[in-house]
Design a protein around this ligand. Structure first.
Ligand code: SAM
Length: 369
């Protein structure tokens, strides 16, 4: 889907709230700042180069402000590796008026997902001062060999040890800068693949418990076309919970509306307080999909909007951004795309109603997870 032919008019004051064809409201805008990454995780397969025509800071601010006016209340900055982009802090600062706005155009939170390799003490402080609310740091193992394997690092476990030390220091820097894990402002993400790093489950849980950080365990997903995904490589969330629960007994907290993660609490009180007392979270998009209340829209670094992580095609928003901005047209394009949305890929995969589960998807590095 490309071009400025928006199928439906924009939502306006007094109009019914924006809903897609399955009745789902908008909520989270995931904005990729770059498709490039400083890791080469084999489950993600990022690019070495960005696509041409990256959006400018002004274009991103306009996009976020139109999205906020439609009901996207949370912005998550992602990539590729978003901290490779030198303008992250400037973007977060430029969005401050939207964070401070009253009423229906207000952006309630800005979050960022990073592998932590560039999260120095200074960068953490700059991000916090600019107005970043939450940080999620991705880490798939607690020893050099696992980190190197999962991060696609050349140089084996020595390279992995160095990366691990940098990422652990990044967690300290983030916390010192004010990203408080007990407030849910600092979390850890780990993708678990069977046979590749499932031996890291308990060490990762121990690390997160020791640091009081919520650990979010993500099932390996069939995103993109490059990672050679196969169902037998998926470790189902239920098994992750069972294995960790055998060591540290767990009780369910539940899944918040529109959330991706089912949350658990350690019975011994270990780990993070977190909002709602969550200590461990599992994202079961393969074994227990949650398309039914998905409220996420993804926009690539070059301004193509995808209404599903598993979509094959998106809507190019640049015609409403260039050569000059057309805010009303952009708002209409976004609301039209949302109203037309009926994606529920993960549920269809599970129901096996897909014509071939291996249909083409856009790559993870473009969509940013
Ligand atoms: N570079 C940043 C990072 O490492 O967090 C942001 C982008 S990355 C694509 C966002 C998240 O997607 C990371 O937590 C990553 O582990 C996860 N991810 C990437 N490919 C995945 C896959 N095939 N299945 C599940 N999660 C995946």
């Amino acid at each position: 889907m490309t071009g400025p032919s928006s199928p439906l008019p924009p939502a306006s004051a007094g109009a019914p709230p924006l809903r897609d064809r399955l009745g789902r409201p908008p909520g989270v805008l995931r904005l990729s700042l770059t498709a490039r990454c400083n890791l080469a995780c084999p489950y993600c397969c990022p690019d070495a180069q960005d696509p041409p025509q990256l959006l400018t800071l002004e274009e991103r601010v306009l996009l976020v402000s139109e999205a906020a006016a439609l009901g996207f209340r949370t912005l998550r900055l992602t990539g590729g590796e978003p901290l490779l982009h030198p303008g992250v802090e400037a973007l977060v600062a430029a969005l401050r008026p939207l964070r401070e706005a009253a009423g229906a155009t207000r952006l309630e939170a800005i979050a960022l997902t990073t592998n932590g390799l560039l999260l120095t003490a200074e960068r953490s402080q700059r991000l916090r001062q600019a107005g970043l609310d939450r940080l999620t740091v991705s880490l798939d193992g607690t020893d050099g060999a696992s980190v190197a394997r999962m991060g696609g690092l050349r140089g084996g476990s020595a390279a992995g040890d160095r990366a691990l030390a940098t990422i652990l220091a990044a967690l300290d820097h983030a916390q010192s800068a004010g990203f408080d894990p007990a407030e849910g402002a600092l979390k850890l993400n780990a993708v678990i693949t069977r046979g590749r790093n499932d031996d890291q489950l308990l060490p990762l849980a121990a690390l997160a418990r020791q640091r009081g950080i919520e650990l979010r365990l993500i099932e390996y997903m069939d995103v993109g076309n490059r990672n050679g995904w196969a169902p037998e490589q998926v470790l189902p969330a239920q098994e992750m919970v069972q294995r960790i629960g055998e060591r540290w007994p767990l009780e369910p907290v539940g899944r918040s509306a529109h959330g991706t993660a089912a949350r658990w609490r350690y019975r011994d009180g270990g780990g993070s307080g977190g909002p709602g007392g969550s200590h461990l979270a599992v994202v079961a998009s393969i074994s227990a999909p949650f398309c039914g209340d998905c409220n996420r829209l993804r926009v690539t670094a070059d301004g193509v909007a995808y209404s599903c992580l598993f979509a094959a095609a998106g809507l190019d928003l640049k015609p409403w951004l260039r050569p000059g901005p057309d805010p009303a047209g952009l708002g209409a394009a976004l609301s039209g795309q949302w109203r037309a949305r009926r994606d529920r890929y993960s549920e269809e995969r599970q129901e096996q109603t897909l014509e071939g589960a291996q249909r083409p998807h856009a790559e993870m590095a473009y969509l940013g997870g």
